[in-house]
Design a protein around this ligand. Structure first.
Ligand code: APR
Length: 232
């Protein structure tokens, strides 16, 4: 691959699985234990904010105790050592890319570390445990919520992400089931832009056939190997 190639990487819960954070759709995953409509929709939050804060408080505590694994570290190495631009777009709300030293991480589904005021749109650093009626530091309304994108809400940074995909020479999807749009269609955008596309996953995703190349195995093994190859 040429030295100045632009690389766009999409990551999903699978890259954080070996750091001990649960995925959503695997056996025993988060959606096997919680109903999406109860904990990951605006309607669910309006119906029972305590339940939703409890769900995210537990994930915030778990994420705070997790450490990046070799897959996160390999992507940070790629960003440091590759001559061209390396953009990481993640569906994950944990901060493991950042704590492995990655930069320019676009959290399209928001972050556990963020709090958002439903009344005035102010954002601030979420406390480890949020509670119902969390007062907004800016407008004082009791309208604080996790700054996470719920089903039915617009993902963040979409314009910027499509611009990156339009200029990509290489697109990789790592640890994502390809079940949720718009992320699941990024491979098509990259392909249209003439990029080489590769899926790195434990097993074939729902969009596996749309990739030019597929590599299967645990991210902590196949991602460092893939990065080492790119850098030689
Ligand atoms: N290494 C690599 N891939 C793995 C590993 C691993 N150790 N463990 C699991 N995987 C793969 C699974 O095979 C699966 O394809 O990671 C993928 C996880 O898929 P999901 O649980 O659906 O997670 P994700 O694709 O990130 O979900 C997308 O859905 O619920 C919403 O907002 C939520 O961001 C999430 C979005």
């Amino acid at each position: 691959m040429e030295k100045s190639a632009k690389i766009v990487i999409l990551t999903g819960a699978g890259i954080s699985a070996e750091s001990g954070l649960g995925t959503f759709r695997d056996e025993g995953g988060l959606w096997a234990r919680h109903r999406i409509e109860d904990v990951a929709t605006p309607e669910g939050f309006a119906r029972n904010p305590d339940l939703v804060h409890g769900f995210y408080n537990a994930r915030r505590t778990q994420a705070a105790a997790a450490a990046p694994n070799p897959a996160h570290q390999a992507l940070a190495r790629l960003q440091r050592e590759h001559k061209g631009e390396v953009v990481i777009v993640t569906q994950n709300v944990d901060a493991l890319h950042e704590s492995s030293g990655a930069a320019q991480v676009l959290h399209m589904h928001g972050t556990l570390a963020g709090a958002l005021c439903s009344a005035c749109g102010h954002r601030w650093a979420a406390p480890l445990q949020m509670q119902t009626g969390q007062p907004c530091p800016a407008c004082a309304a009791p309208a604080g919520r996790p700054d996470v994108v719920w089903f039915g809400e617009m993902p963040y940074f979409m314009e910027e992400i499509y611009a990156h995909l339009a200029g990509a020479d290489l697109f990789a999807a790592i640890g994502t089931s390809g079940e949720v749009y718009p992320a699941a269609a990024f491979v098509d955008e990259a392909h249209l832009a003439g990029a080489h596309t590769v899926e790195l996953n434990l097993e074939p995703s729902a969009t596996a056939s749309r990739f030019a190349e597929r590599r299967f195995g645990p991210a902590s093994e196949i991602v460092p190997d893939w990065v080492a190859e790119l850098l030689t």
